[in-house]
Design a protein around this ligand. Structure first.
Ligand code: ZN
Length: 305
């Protein structure tokens, strides 16, 4: 069997930090991003262009982007929830916009003041604005595997949102388990359904480890054909508008699992572990990730006694 490769989107500087009680300094955000870049990750969500009154941790979005290193082959993603955010992001040098449609009217109103229909319409405007500015744009379907307020989210609804966003020109669709409710069989079913409905459209998946199913879901998604997985360094994070949300799957744990399972990632795990240890020191507390504590197995040559 030919080895498949899986790309990684590091979301630590956005999803990871937006739920941190203390505000991480701009310099520390740039240091976090630079350390992850040094491990070989090539796509990173670096900021969200949202109302600073609602998410004060992201108030320095423009300053973060301005301070990032200019490197070939890198894509910096700015998350935007509406046209105001898109205009702010397009005034910076982010390469890519990430729009969000929440697959639940109740959660959509709480998270970004939009019903599903309003979210689809706004994301279509964001895609058009990005296209006019010659930048890439993709759409994340949030709460795709369950809603904290409405419960089960029907797969047919997620498929129809994905269809609408593909028609509007999304370069990629991401399925996000914002509240960490998904299980692997559900991931296989939904990814399979979307692939059948939209053959050839690149898919990404985004898992939270709220119920300890995140890494299993990532494996299911990789096996079922997503091309890209989101993760956050150390496993920090969570949505401020989703009750009891916990962190993303830890990037270093994901790389360990994928590489040992035969997927190529082009990411250096040792560099990622040292970045995760730096993050722990900088936050002043332990992060949820486990591989940075247990170490790589088997021991890399460089560490062999
Ligand atoms: Zn998330």
């Amino acid at each position: 069997m030919m080895q498949r490769s899986i790309s990684i989107v590091e979301v630590g500087a956005r999803d990871g930090l937006q739920n941190e009680p203390g505000v991480f300094t701009t310099d520390n955000k740039v240091a976090l991003i630079s350390r992850v870049l040094a491990s070989g990750v090539r796509r990173l969500e670096v900021a969200s262009f949202v109302n600073p009154k609602r998410v004060p941790q992201m108030a320095d979005a423009e300053a973060v982007v301005a301070a990032l290193p200019e490197l070939a082959g890198i894509s910096y993603i700015g998350l935007v929830l509406n046209m105001k955010g898109a205009e702010r992001a397009l005034a910076t040098r982010v390469h890519e916009l990430g729009a969000v449609v929440v697959a639940s009217d109740t959660f959509g109103r709480k998270n970004q003041g939009q019903t599903i229909a309003e979210g689809i319409a706004e994301a279509a405007r964001i895609l058009a604005a990005a296209r006019a500015a010659k930048r890439t744009a993709q759409v994340t379907i949030s709460a795709a595997f369950g809603c904290p307020f409405e419960g089960e989210v029907p797969a047919a609804r997620v498929i129809s949102i994905a269809q609408a966003m593909a028609d509007a020109g999304a370069a990629e669709i991401a399925l996000a388990d914002t509240i960490g409710a998904a299980v692997p069989s559900q991931v296989e079913d939904l990814v399979g359904d979307i692939r059948a409905a939209l053959p050839g459209l690149p898919l990404r998946a985004h898992f939270h480890n709220t119920r300890n199913t995140g890494i299993a879901n990532a494996y299911a998604a990789a096996r079922t054909g997503v091309s890209t997985l989101d993760a956050s360094l150390g496993g920090i994070g969570g949505c401020p508008f989703a009750p009891k949300a916990t962190g993303n799957i830890p990037t270093e744990d994901l790389i360990y699992m994928l590489e040992r399972s035969g997927f190529a990632t082009s990411v250096n795990l040792e560099a990622l572990i040292s970045a995760s240890r730096w993050l722990e020191e900088t936050l002043g507390r332990a992060v949820p990730g486990l591989v940075s504590k247990a170490g790589i197995f088997p021991k890399p040559q460089s560490q062999a006694a």
